[in-house]
Design a protein around this ligand. Structure first.
Ligand code: N01
Length: 532
């Protein structure tokens, strides 16, 4: 009988490959879904050092942790959730979403939790990656092998303590880093209460501005130590928010919904309009980062007005925060509830330089002793780009190769690392917008590259050095034309050299287009060696 599949079978079958992915956060899960939907004849293992999926959203549990990009735009385009509980989704809800995605797509079967990668080495003679992994439950260390390795290890996962402030070891109270909150054991301590605690929060980046309002509501008092200034933006999609909100019922400052709001927010049509409005808003913040752009003045005036309005009760707070650098020089955050919290009686902002930790708290340069029961260091992350574990490529250990500067092609590829992909690590995140746009495009590019190797008989491929050099030249030229390289402190810039390798050189839309069609001529390709 007629059996069309006999005739329609492809002439060349996809060669079997093994893939190891390191990390099961947003990008690792995204990779697995792309493989599942677009590849055939492959095995996949995902090693994750934490005890569950979710990456930074599983790791970060500090009070107030949430995403300052609205929930509508901070989720996979292919796995939409519309019943978020808040406009800026709480961290726990985002990690719940990721657990749900892992279940829905059947990804658990690939994932080995509590498995920490120790090192990875490219074996050029055999065109294989060797990856050494420790099972943290048993302590057993094994070597696994693969044709391809995906580094989905994240960018902001190594907490940075304020090492330039002396006396940290002398402090006798509770000391905790925002990025390593679980280590302090507060989440699981049934006797812990914030009510009687005097809390100090060092830092006013995205983490600090979330911690301060959350702690101000719980603790006896909060002192926020801020050594820099900060532009706080309007809420993304705020025009849409204003249209939806009747004038007599303004949105609560923490953007949590009443039941009525929630029903409206979940309406599919309103949801789409919101998503568009948010993406337009995020897109416009890209334009304003170009030097001498007319939007600079427009946004500076708008954000100053918001700042002055929200700090009317304590104008000195507004004076202390109002920046002397251009809008967009450091990452913008709407900081819901932050300024309102600083204006409460039990909360204060201290801008005097911190001199040292003392056994009972913090001493500032003006000689004031701040007595504190808890000190939270919301002092950011190590973004030096040295990988967290040794990766031996064509030119030795990448921890040495990238000691001063990470150099990639499209954020995805290094000239020293054949058959490997960096997802959302260096030169990938977007400064204005949802970085998931980039993650999805990177995963699509990566999947096409692996499929090409499988189909067309290539054992390995690696980015040409010229392609990397061109991308780096483009990156440096681009950032020189933006306000990101002006006079603010920002984790985007290398602490010593000031060069920017932390984020994608352009908008989210720019990365979308740049990653859309692979340029295979930018790689060296090695054929599968003939057998026998
Ligand atoms: O870290 P930061 P973060 N003494 O580096 C200050 C993402 N994120 O954890 O500006 C005194 O931005 C430092 O001062 P200065 C997001 O991409 C996302 O807050 O260097 N102060 C600054 O105020 C974000 O951008 C979400 O002068 C010291 C602060 O600490 C990134 O993570 C939520 C100091 C560090 O700010 C990092 O944010 C949270 C010292 N020795 C985080 N050292 C979302 O909602 C540092 N500081 C998506």
């Amino acid at each position: 009988s007629w059996a069309p599949e006999l005739y329609e079978h492809p002439i060349r079958e996809a060669r079997h490959v093994k893939i190891i992915c390191i990390g099961a956060g947003f990008s690792g899960l995204c990779a697995a879904i792309h493989f599942q939907e677009n590849l055939e004849n492959y095995d996949l293992t995902i090693y994750e050092r934490q005890d569950d999926v979710g990456g930074v959203w599983h790791q970060n549990t500090y009070p107030g942790v949430a995403c300052d990009v609205p929930a509508h735009a901070y989720q996979f385009s292919f796995a939409e959730k519309t019943d978020w509980s808040a406009y800026y989704a709480p961290g726990a809800e985002i990690s719940g979403y990721l657990r749900d995605v892992a279940e829905r797509y059947g990804l658990r079967r690939y994932i080995r939790l509590s498995h920490s990668v120790q090192w990875a080495r490219w074996d050029a003679a055999r065109d294989k990656w060797v990856v050494c992994v420790r099972d943290d439950a048993t302590g057993a260390v094994v070597e696994d092998e693969a044709d391809f390795v995906v580094f989905a290890t994240g960018l902001l996962s190594k907490p940075l303590w304020p090492s330039n402030i002396h006396g940290r070891e002398d402090y006798a109270g509770k000391l905790v880093h925002s990025g390593d909150w679980k280590a302090a054991g507060l989440d699981n301590d049934p006797h812990w209460s914030w009510e009687d605690k005097r809390v100090g929060v060092i830092g006013m980046g995205a983490s600090g501005v979330q911690l301060v309002p959350a702690l101000q509501r719980k603790a006896k008092s909060v002192v926020n130590f801020g050594r820099s200034k900060l532009w706080l933006s309007a809420g993304w999609g705020s025009k849409m928010l204003q249209q939806l909100q009747p004038r007599d019922k303004p949105m609560q400052s923490n953007y949590h919904f009443t039941d009525g709001d929630l029903a409206q927010f979940r309406n599919p049509e309103v949801y789409r309009l919101f998503r568009t409005a948010i993406e337009e808003d995020l897109g416009s913040t890209h334009e304003l980062t170009l030097r001498n752009h007319p939007l600079q003045d427009v946004f500076a005036a708008k954000f100053t007005q918001i700042l002055r309005h929200k700090t009317a009760a304590k104008p000195e707070v507004g004076d202390a925060i109002l920046p002397d650098f251009p809008v967009g020089c450091k990452r913008l955050t709407p900081g819901p509830g932050y300024l309102e919290a600083l204006c409460q009686d039990n909360c204060s902002l201290v801008t005097d330089r911190i001199e040292c930790f003392t056994p009972t708290g913090i001493r500032t340069a003006d000689g004031t002793e701040h007595g504190l029961d808890v000190i939270v260091c919301a002092t950011g992350f190590d973004v030096s780009f040295r990988p967290a574990f040794p990766i031996y490529g064509l030119n030795g250990n990448m921890q040495d190769v990238w000691a001063k500067e990470a150099r990639t092609y499209l954020g995805l590829f290094a000239a020293e690392l054949p058959n490997s992909f960096n997802l959302l690590t260096t030169q990938s995140a977007v400064g204005s917008g949802s970085l998931l746009v980039v993650a999805e495009q990177q995963c699509a590019y990566m999947t096409k590259a692996i499929a090409k190797c499988q189909r067309d008989g290539y054992a390995s491929f690696v980015a040409k050095r010229r392609a990397v050099d061109d991308f780096i030249a483009f990156t440096d030229d681009y950032f020189a034309r933006t306000v990101l390289t002006t006079n603010c402190k920002s984790w985007y810039k290398h602490a010593d050299t000031g060069i920017i390798r932390a984020i994608w050189p352009g908008s989210g839309s720019h990365s979308f287009v740049a990653l859309q069609d692979p340029r295979w001529e930018d790689f060296e390709w090695e054929r599968v060696k003939a057998r026998g």
